[in-house]
Every structure is written in structure tokens, then in C-alpha cells.
Design a protein around this ligand. Structure first.
Ligand code: GTP
Ligand code: MG
Length: 207
């Protein structure tokens, strides 16, 4: 569940859980570091288990979305941990490497798993990363785009190295999240709710 709150009558703030999935070495951690810290390392260590980061996106003058990001480990031995991280996720970025065809096959398997096992209304974006290595490209843009359209996914090609497409993919997700719906729901509590009891809206962790 997202945990929205409003600071003034016009400003809206909502936080959402986002999970990154994809084969090892496609650049999940690098994408998150570019997005959250505007940094890139040529030699990044493979993730162990998962890493947690946060970053906010200004969707419009009055709306801020905060992402609570779970960057999962792509190595096969961590595969069984993934449901722990995509459970209750509001959105997901499934990453492949445009220079590795097998990574798109793996990405498709993650999309299928999310569509069957994760939240029914999860927003999924497909990221074709390492766009700066376009001269070594093995997956054509049109091929991935057609698949994304058919599967109902947002689609962007990105480069964690140059930053191309990175802000864009997270902003596109933020714009699709149900901020309005969630804020309205907290402003008008349903009949019969005991307002003296603490609500879920005050919690910050969805892990
Ligand atoms: P796991 O943690 O093992 O699942 O891998 P990961 O998907 O998090 O990949 P990671 O971000 O660790 O990146 C793997 C390697 O690819 C690192 O050496 C990165 O520097 C490199 N890399 C990541 N993104 C890009 C990119 O956009 N362009 C280029 N040229 N290299 C990249
Ligand atoms: Mg990683």
C-alpha cells in the first residue's frame, strides 16, 4: 500500500513502493544510483540480497511522489527472495541490457511473474539499459517496444552511464500512480472507521 499524506490543502505528497527486477549485470543498481544520487560507477559490485533507496519526483507544481526503492539482486541464487520485495509493490522497473538478448527473455519472465503474483494494479515499466552501447546492440528498439505495448508496459531505453532516459522513466511511472485516488481516500474516511486508532498512513515501511 502507498502511504500518502498532504501538507497543505493544495500540496499533495504520496509515497509508493517500487521494485527493480532483471538479470544480473543489466544495470539495476546503476540505474537507481543515477536516479537517486546522479552517480555512476564503471565497476559496481553485484548486489547481495537487495538494497533500499529513496528518491522523490516532482510530478507537477502541487504533487510530489516519493519512491521507496527495492533494488533486488539479479543473481539466480537470490531468485527466491524476489516475492518478498515485489509483494505490495505499487510499481516495478524490469530491466534488460540492449546488448544481451537473453536479458530480454529474463525480463519477460519477470513481467509474467509480476502480472500473476504481484498487486493486480501494479504499474510496470520496461527499461532497455546501456543505451550508450548502441553500437553493440542486440535487441532492436522496435522489438522491445512492440512487446511492451502488447504486455501493457511503459517502455524506455536508458543509460545509467550517461543518464539518458533515467529521470524520464521514473517520472513516467510517477505520473501513472494513483496519487489523486489515494489522497482523496485519506481525506474522506469511510463510514464506521474508528478515528481514535492509528492508521496505516503513518507507517513508512512497506517491506
Ligand atoms: P546485480 O546486482 O548482479 O543484479 O546487477 P545489476 O543489474 O545491479 O547491475 P549493475 O548496476 O551492478 O551493473 C553491472 C555492470 O554494468 C557495472 O559494471 C556497471 O558499471 C555497468 N553498467 C550499468 N549500467 C550501464 C550503462 O548504462 N552503460 C554501461 N556502459 N554500463 C553500465
Ligand atoms: Mg545490483
Amino acid at each position: 500500500m502507498s502511504t500518502p499524506r498532504t501538507s497543505t490543502s493544495s500540496a499533495r505528497f504520496a509515497q509508493f513502493k517500487l521494485v527493480l527486477l532483471g538479470e544480473s549485470a543489466v544495470g539495476k543498481s546503476s540505474l537507481v544510483h543515477r536516479f537517486a544520487k546522479d552517480q555512476f560507477d564503471d565497476f559496481r559490485e553485484s548486489t547481495i540480497g537487495a538494497a533500499f533507496l529513496t528518491q522523490t519526483v516532482q510530478v507537477d507544481a502541487n504533487t510530489t511522489v516519493k519512491f521507496e526503492i527495492w533494488d533486488t539482486a539479479g543473481q539466480e541464487r537470490y531468485k527466491s527472495l524476489a516475492p518478498m520485495y515485489y509483494r505490495n509493490a505499487n510499481c516495478a522497473v524490469v530491466v534488460y541490457d540492449i546488448t544481451q538478448e537473453s536479458s530480454l527473455t529474463r525480463a519477460k519472465a519477470w513481467v509474467k511473474e509480476l502480472q500473476h503474483q504481484a498487486n493486480e494494479d501494479i504499474i510496470i515499466a520496461l527499461a532497455g539499459n546501456k543505451l550508450d552501447l548502441a553500437s553493440e546492440r542486440k535487441v532492436e528498439t522496435a522489438t522491445a517496444e512492440a512487446y511492451a505495448k502488447e504486455a501493457g508496459l511503459l517502455f524506455y531505453e536508458t543509460s545509467a552511464k550517461t543518464g539518458e532516459g533515467v529521470q524520464e522513466i521514473f517520472t513516467a511511472i510517477a505520473k501513472k500512480l494513483p496519487v489523486e485516488q489515494v489522497v482523496n481516500r485519506t481525506r474522506v474516511p469511510p463510514k464506521g472507521v474508528d478515528l481514535s486508532r492509528p492508521t496505516k498512513a503513518s507507517s513508512t515501511c512497506n517491506c
